[in-house]
Design a protein around this ligand. Structure first.
Ligand code: ZN
Ligand code: ZN
Length: 660
């Protein structure tokens, strides 16, 4: 009989529960244990503890129900333990969330095998520097490739991967979105030898489990290319990790454990003692600051587009200029229409970017000013014309478009704001002979639809593609020279410390779709605030300019990278309960800070910007500190003493991406 400690899939932040086990188990072994009346999943985290160390009565210790055949290896378990501590998330629950579902009889997996074609590539000076700097490194170290859009980062990745595979090591390649996997798989599989495996949410449980098993048991070199969850795949003989678009918010999980896969990957590289390469055209301020100040020798800058293409010219169009505007072109300005016409006449393909869905952002009564809200959330409903519906952007609430005001009965309802549907409709009227399609969540719901629409666009069957940020990431559109960007002002005015950075990244990424293969790419940004200094840095493609001014800002507002942040969210169906509870918790935290953790600053509690979402009211408390240890210890102490309040839940978010 062994006495073992098990991290059980249960939302409890302790060091695990004790069980007896009469068969042989090892640390890392997965088991099924009784918990109350249920059977739960667990992972053995220590064995053979002396009963005298126990604080529980021995006769209450129960026996393990089943010992499973899977054992997490030491690094795998160490990674989970680090995540659990760093993000203050229960270990057993974390392991359960992150592992694929186990299959007794999984279906066989279809693999893409690399063709191993000759890869002829004459790197330019900058590319060469990066390759020569990274390739010889076989131990843990971090590198950043900061290269403008179209600078040929992918070719560097390919070269690094190819050499690693040749030396018998496997490579993990993370990218932010499933949308991008096919184009990378296609490029990589052409030149690499051995399996090229993509791992993403569209795979079945069986396929995920197969990949997991294959990676952990097979020592043959392979490339795994996947979204954030692939960071948990325990590749044998790992030799290199690459994170493309390291700045992307999709690497941060927002439900369950709010980990950032980029940071988890860094920890993984350290545990496995392998190098990790981050790449981006618009690195996050924290990452860039780290390399710029502390590890300049590991920062590689690619300032020019590969193959002689130039960066696009960027022009601002003042959307306030309404003098010559006609109603039938709104939200476009006459200047934007003129530029569009010229491009269309030259038979070019055009991308139009607006980061909002629908026909109108909200509807307002003309006589009494009433707006129409979602019954479950504190936001106005959006209008979708083709479906003739009002929809909520936070929950799945929808209702048929109203005919008159609920409040005063007035029949005149004004449409305010615009989204992709409105733009596509205006463009169809302006260019009746041209094919105009949308590329957004409203139109494209599956991966297959997405691939089909991209294929149509690549083949030149679509003249103007109107899309949201789905368009912005990584896609290469050979025939696009003109990109038109609208509606960025809302994002710019968003009350969050990262809003400038977001806008800079979005604009640079979207602009990066223009003229990647030509000398005359052009980007038009229609804005209500052309005087905003951020646009200057974008026009000049000056990352340094953006970086310096943003860094000054972050210093003044005591934000990352100068301070570490944690946000505690409180949620409840009952508004009064969450408000009184969060005030009490704020007092407790203030008291702890005053007496034990003086290096921590507390802000709030305050209500979330959208206070009610899906009938849950949320309030936040923000903590920040220059001393990460004090910050972590404060949260730990707070959680150990936390008194549960009926129907109020809370969640800790370390390094939050948004504060509102
Ligand atoms: Zn009214
Ligand atoms: Zn809603």
């Amino acid at each position: 009989m062994n006495l073992i400690r098990v991290a059980v899939n249960f939302p409890h932040k302790n060091e695990g529960f004790h069980y007896y086990c009469d068969s042989q188990v090892v640390v890392g072994q997965l088991v099924e244990v009784p918990l109350g009346k249920r059977t739960e999943f667990g992972c053995v985290i220590s064995i053979d503890e002396k009963p005298k160390d126990l604080t529980i009565e021995e006769d209450k210790v129960r026996a393990v129900k089943e010992v499973l055949s899977i054992v997490l290896n030491a690094n795998e378990l160490a990674l989970y333990q680090w995540i659990s501590q760093y993000y203050h998330y229960p270990l057993g629950q974390l392991i359960y969330d992150c592992l694929p579902h186990f299959m007794k009889k999984p279906r066989p997996l279809e693999l893409t095998l690399g063709e191993g074609q000759d890869f002829e590539f004459e790197p330019n000076e900058d590319q060469k520097k990066a390759i020569e700097g990274i390739l010889p490194v076989n131990h843990f170290d971090r590198f950043l490739i900061h290269g403008v859009t179209g600078s040929g980062k992918t070719l560097i990745y390919l070269k690094l991967i190819q050499e690693k595979l040749k030396s018998g090591k496997s490579v993990l390649f993370l990218l932010p979105e499933i949308n991008l996997t096919p184009q990378f798989v296609a490029t990589f599989a052409k030149y690499l030898d051995g399996p090229v495996i993509s791992y993403h949410s569209e795979l079945s449980d069986s396929q995920k489990f197969q990949i997991y098993q294959m990676a952990r048991t097979n020592s043959e070199p392979m490339l795994i290319l996947g979204v954030r969850s692939s960071v948990f795949i325990p590749l044998q003989n790992l030799g290199l990790i690459i994170i493309d678009e390291e700045h992307d918010t999709s690497f941060k999980q927002d439900d369950r454990c709010p980990y950032n896969a980029r940071d988890v990957a860094s920890k993984k590289a350290q545990l496995e003692n392998v190098p990790i390469v981050l790449g981006s055209a618009t690195p996050s301020l924290e990452t860039y600051h780290h390399f710029h100040h502390l590890k300049k020798q590991n920062l590689f800058e690619l300032r020019n587009r590969a193959g002689g293409a130039y960066l696009p010219t960027i022009e601002l169009v003042d959307a306030r200029d309404k003098n010559t505007g006609e109603d039938n072109i709104w939200p476009l300005t006459p200047r934007s229409v003129e530029i569009l016409k010229e491009a269309i006449e030259r038979d070019e393909q055009v991308l139009v970017f607006v980061n909002r869905l629908g026909f109108a952002c909200y509807i307002q009564c003309r006589s009494c000013g009433e707006q129409f809200f979602c019954p479950n959330c504190s936001v106005t409903l959006r209008y979708f014309k083709r479906k003739n519906e009002l929809q909520c952007q936070h929950c799945d609430y929808k209702e048929p478009m109203i005919q008159s005001c609920h409040n005063c009965g007035c029949m005149t309802l004004i449409q305010k704001g615009f989204g992709t549907e409105k733009l596509a409709s205006v463009l169809s009227e302006l260019f009746p002979d041209k094919k105009i399609e949308r590329f957004d969540r409203d139109e494209i719901k599956t991966f297959t639809q997405l691939q089909a629409r991209l294929a149509e666009f690549h083949q030149g069957e679509i003249d103007i593609l109107v899309g949201t940020q789905m368009l912005s990431k990584g896609h290469n559109f050979e025939k696009v020279k003109l990109v038109l960007i609208l509606g960025i002002d809302n994002q710019l005015n968003f009350p969050d410390f990262r809003s400038s950075e977001r806008v800079y990244q979005t604009l640079t990424q979207v602009a990066g779709r223009a003229g990647r293969y030509s000398q005359d790419g052009r980007v038009i940004i229609q804005t209500l605030a052309p005087e905003n200094p951020l646009f200057e840095t974008i026009k000049e493609h000056s990352f340094d300019g953006f970086y310096q001014s943003e860094l000054d800002m972050r210093k003044i507002c005591q934000c990352p990278p100068f301070q570490k942040m944690a946000l505690i969210h409180f949620n409840s169906r009952f508004q009064e309960r969450v408000t009184s509870h969060v005030r009490k918790q704020g007092e407790i935290l203030r008291h702890l800070i005053e007496h034990h953790f003086p290096a921590v600053i507390i802000l709030g509690p305050r209500q979330a910007m959208v206070e009610k979402k899906m009938n849950q009211f949320s309030w936040n408390i923000l903590l920040k500190s220059t001393d990460p240890i004090q910050l972590h210890n404060l949260i730990k102490t707070f959680e150990l003493n936390y008194q549960n309040e009926n129907s109020v839940s809370y969640k800790v978010d370390i390094d939050p991406y948004t504060l509102i």
